[in-house]
Design a protein around this ligand. Structure first.
Ligand code: ADP
Ligand code: MG
Length: 643
């Protein structure tokens, strides 16, 4: 989005932009100066010269009253453009309000508004204009309301879909963690990111409005004499069609020029913007991770009592294919200063656990639990305000997707300090100084200059470390890192993991590290929870993972890690089969269809986590068969090693 700062040369660089801009400037000059210069000639009635054809004195001839048609076209440009712009303001203003309403209100209002938009958009636009024009009466204001209101549904739908496209991105979630309210999230974080397409659309809407007014006036239900716009001139010119075609060609050309001007400009801007967006995407190629966060606070549990306590956590999302059961009953405790890893295949529900603990599963999903508490506070009933504060100060979240967690149109310094400035009431200067120190701490050089940069000016690894710096601006008690190193090169990954460990050691923060990568989990955590199909199926100390894990799924995951010392002639193990469809209910063990040890009971009864030794719990009916240490998992009959 560097367009924001780049000089606007692009407008003149494309032929359509240059032509559109020139036309529009000419029209504006005419609209401003026309009535002053040509007003007298336009209204002077001079019957002896009525109905003349074009001449050097009257370039477009005269009308039935002997008024100069050229002068009238020039004068009419003011009213015509005023009406078009006013109607556009109505369409855009109301469309914006209607389209943004669902984001500000609850889901019921949102669904209702969506329904209204869908129904009204389906109504043909021209018919709507005619209908409204008749309803509001045949006056200038009637026409204005008709054209303005007829454009609202389309604009509202556009606003709605644009907002939706950014609403779920991480930087919006980040803003929520930082404590911003819905209204502020909308105005500060969402609207700036949809403003450009909206402006382009408003420009094009102005072009259509010019045509709509011309049409209405031409039909006699728009502007009424003695006022006149181009459409009205077209209508009165009709009677001279055969004697003086210029009476119609003049206002017609004006309508076409105005319509063209707006549409060419809009088109040039749209093309410029899409080129820009493509450029923006290419920066993201370097990938990385990002985050968000909050700071600190003395909250946090008393010793002994877990910082995070979760029992029977269920998360569902509504999707087209039905209810997605992302979590089907998860139990989890995290103690202060402890580092817990979540591992499992993609789609198993790891992120859902992190989001639920951070209170970030909003309107899109439903969270239920017997217990969901943080530092002794029940997150299920905590008022929003208190929750925001708690989450903003005490929990830092590092998201998986780098670029999308940062607002592309805001400078790093300002967005990274949102949380502390809001919650700690720090002044900008103080917050920036604090941030500079932390940026240096995470190994970003020249932090003072970096504060003024936009996210795309940071490399992937830098963005990720910058977000970590944001996370430790205050002293968080819990850092949730969701796939923090996916898509980073090995060296950068090593640095980021080392950084996470050092933050934990310095601040005694608890870590919840989410990864599908066993090696990341091994290097950063004390305890690992294995997640499968929305449930934790094994929990054990990370140090015991390699030789004590007993669940067939965990063993299979471990076997799937490539091993440098391994026999390279042997094919790499894969876990046969696929995870269950998250929209289906499962009776029994979700892993049963893929499990080499499956028995009847597995299909019938859901295994619960049972302690097999200190600190080690497994949800599997076949534990004794596996034995304790270094259990061998038999290969499947098809020859594929399972684990
Ligand atoms: P993981 O992080 O382990 O890859 P997730 O927690 O992201 O898994 O997702 C768990 C399940 O929930 C998946 O089946 C995923 O498709 C589904 N899911 C996640 N977010 C949404 C959403 N916003 N709407 C619908 N389904 C979702
Ligand atoms: Mg995930």
């Amino acid at each position: 989005m560097n367009a924001r700062r780049a000089p606007r040369r692009w407008l003149l660089a494309s032929p359509s932009g240059a032509i559109g801009l020139t036309l529009l400037l000419l029209l504006l000059i005419t609209a401003i100066a026309g009535p002053e210069l040509a007003g007298a000639a336009a209204t002077r009635i001079d019957v002896p010269i009525a109905g003349q054809t074009p001449s050097s004195a009257h370039l477009l001839g005269t009308n039935a009253l002997g008024q100069d048609i050229m002068a009238r076209v020039l004068v009419a440009s003011r009213l015509s453009l005023e009406l078009a712009l006013a109607a556009t303001a109505i369409s855009t203003g109301l469309g914006l309000i209607l389209g943004a309403l669902p984001s500000l209100s609850g889901p019921a209002v949102g669904r209702f508004v969506d329904w209204v938009i869908r129904v009204t958009v389906a109504f043909p636009g021209l018919l709507l204009v005619l209908f409204l024009a008749v309803v509001f009466g045949v006056t200038t204001y009637g026409a204005l309301l008709a054209v303005g209101l007829a454009g609202v549904p389309y604009m509202a739908r556009l606003v709605r879909s644009l907002i939706r496209s950014v609403e779920n991105r991480e930087f919006v979630a980040a803003a929520r963690i930082a404590g911003a309210r819905r209204g502020k999230v909308l105005t500060r974080h969402i609207l700036p990111n949809v403003a450009e397409p909206l402006i382009i659309n408003a420009t094009m809407t102005a072009g259509s409005a010019v045509l709509a007014f011309a049409g209405l006036s031409f039909l006699g239900i728009g502007i009424q004499a003695p006022s006149y716009d181009w459409g009205q001139l077209l209508q009165t010119g009709q009677s001279q069609l055969y004697t003086n075609p210029a009476a119609i060609l003049g206002p017609g050309a004006a309508v076409v020029a105005a319509g063209l001007a707006f549409n060419l400009l809009g088109d040039a801007a749209a093309r410029h913007l899409s080129g820009d967006a493509a450029a923006g995407r290419s920066h993201q190629g370097q990938a990385d991770v990002t985050p968000v966060t909050g700071g600190t606070s003395p909250a946090a549990g008393r010793d002994g009592e877990p910082l995070v306590s979760v029992r029977n956590l269920r998360v569902t999302y509504q999707s087209r294919s039905g209810t997605v059961r992302a979590l089907r009953g998860v139990d989890l405790d995290i103690r202060r200063g402890e580092s817990v890893g979540l591992v499992g295949e993609s789609g198993s529900g790891k992120s859902a656990i992190g989001l639920a603990v951070a209170g970030l599963i909003d309107a899109q999903g439903a969270v239920r639990a017997d217990v969901l508490s943080y530092a002794g506070k029940n997150l299920l009933i905590l008022p929003n305000q208190a929750k925001r504060k708690l989450l903003g100060l005490d929990i830092a979240v590092v998201f998986q997707d780098p670029m999308s967690a940062l607002n592309p149109v805001r400078r790093m310094g300002s967005q990274l300090t949102d949380g502390v400035r809001y919650h700690r009431r720090l002044r900008r200067r103080t917050a920036y100084e604090l941030l500079q120190g932390k940026l240096a701490h995470v190994g970003i050089s020249d932090p003072g200059r970096r504060l003024r940069h936009y996210p795309h000016q940071f490399s992937g690894g830098m963005r990720q470390r910058a977000v970590l710096a944001m996370g430790i601006l205050d002293t968080p008690s819990l850092i949730i890192a969701d796939e923090p190193t996916t898509a980073l090169d090995v060296t950068t990954e090593g640095r980021v993991l080392a950084l996470l460990r050092s933050i934990r050691d310095e601040h005694q923060a608890a870590l919840l590290i989410i990864s599908h990568d066993m090696s990341v989990i091994r290097r950063t955590t004390d305890r690992v929870l294995v997640v499968y199909a929305g449930r934790v199926i094994e929990s054990l100390p990370t140090a015991d993972l390699a030789d004590q894990a007993t669940h067939p799924y965990t063993r299979a995951l471990l076997a799937a890690i490539p091993d440098i010392d391994g026999d390279r002639a042997r094919p790499l193990a894969v876990i046969a089969g696929r995870p269950p469809d998250p929209t289906l209910t499962i009776s029994g063990c979700a892993f049963a269809p893929r499990c080499p040890l499956v028995s009847d009971r597995c299909h019938r009864e859901l295994p619960i986590l049972i302690p097999v030794r200190n600190d080690h719990q497994v949800a599997c009916w076949n534990q004794p068969q596996i034995g304790r240490v270094g259990a061998e998992i038999p290969a499947r009959k098809d020859g594929n090693p399972v684990g």
